[in-house]
Write a protein that binds this ligand. Structure first.
Ligand SMILES: Nc1ncnc2c1ncn2[C@@H]1O[C@H](COP(=O)(O)OP(=O)(O)O)[C@@H](O)[C@H]1O
Ligand SMILES: [Mg+2]
Length: 274
């Protein structure tokens, strides 16, 4: 089984690591955890797109993928190559641009289709090492993409980054909303501030007539957010161009098309965050 250089530390190493984590996080302004109840609702897309938008607005941004079993960020962002190796063994994130650095487990795995078969302690160590052993530098934002649910990964982020704020992504239908309520309760349980809910795949924009077809219903996220007393940051429609750009690893190309409806939604979300 591949361990990708991840070690589970003893007490002494752990205390040292705590110090490194504190030092590195002190250089980061806002920390945002993107989470959801279900998979496939667009977390990685939202995390990557927001990180891109922030970085293109002149902010210094780090994008950290802690979805260890299903890392997606490296593909969405077409990460070619690994870390930016500095002097004397300093490891920096992959340089996507002047203002955006990316870290994903996929950058360490030799083979892209390797299945990562790790239990809790390995996962916790990996996430802590992503923060302690990587020189992120001075950042305005660290955006963290997590796997669905309330397991080891979001819990480790909550415990390692005490001032992280959550964005919860959902689709409009009840089956997805039921699990989002759990995500909200998770945040309350671990005292993580909730920035708000994003309703993604909120209707299909018909490529022919431009009309919004409520494929998964609509407004469910807005209603649920109101019931649970959390802000709604925005509603992003389904746009086939998003799927295509994601598959090609060219989300950036979408931002450069200002007439796309999804960009209106994303800009509104960005305002809510900033
Ligand atoms: N607003 C959207 N419109 C169309 N496709 C989308 C949208 N948001 C996400 N997708 C697509 O849905 C799929 C799952 O998205 P992903 O971000 O990987 O979800 P998750 O991280 O929640 O599992 C991807 O193919 C992505 O391109
Ligand atoms: Mg994902």
């Amino acid at each position: 089984m591949e361990n990708a250089g991840i070690n589970t530390p003893g007490d002494f190493e752990r205390a040292q690591q705590d110090k490194m984590i504190e030092t590195n996080l002190a250089r980061v302004g806002r920390k945002i955890l993107v989470m959801s109840g279900k998979g496939g609702v667009g977390k990685s897309t939202v995390a990557s797109y927001l990180a891109l938008l922030l970085s293109m607005n002149g902010k210094k941004v780090g994008l950290l993928d802690v979805d260890l079993h299903g890392p997606t960020v490296a593909r969405l962002m077409n990460v070619q190559g690994g870390f930016d190796m500095g002097e004397e063994g300093v490891v920096r994130p992959y340089r996507f641009s002047e203002t955006l650095g990316i870290v994903s487990l996929e950058m360490i795995l030799g083979e892209k289709d390797t299945a990562v078969i790790w239990r809790g302690p390995m996962k916790i160590s990996a996430i802590r090492q992503f923060i302690s052993d990587i020189e992120w530098g001075d950042l305005d934002y660290l955006v963290v993409d997590s796997p669905p649910g309330t397991g080891d990964e979001p819990l480790t982020v909550a415990q390692t980054i005490p001032d992280a704020e959550a964005i919860i992504v959902t689709t409009p239908q009840e089956i997805s909303l039921a699990d989002v309520r759990k995500s909200i309760n998770f945040c309350r349980e671990v005292n993580m501030k909730i920035l708000g809910v994003v309703e993604n795949m909120s209707g299909l924009l018909c490529p022919h007539c431009g009309e919004n077809v409520p494929l998964f219903g609509s407004g469910g996220g807005v209603k649920m957010a109101a019931e649970m007393g959390v802000p709604i940051l925005g509603q992003i429609p389904i746009d086939p161009e998003m799927v295509d750009s994601g598959d090609r690893g060219d989300l950036k190309g979408l931002i450069e098309k200002p007439d796309l409806k999804i960009n209106d939604a994303y800009n509104r979300i960005l305002e809510g965050i900033i």
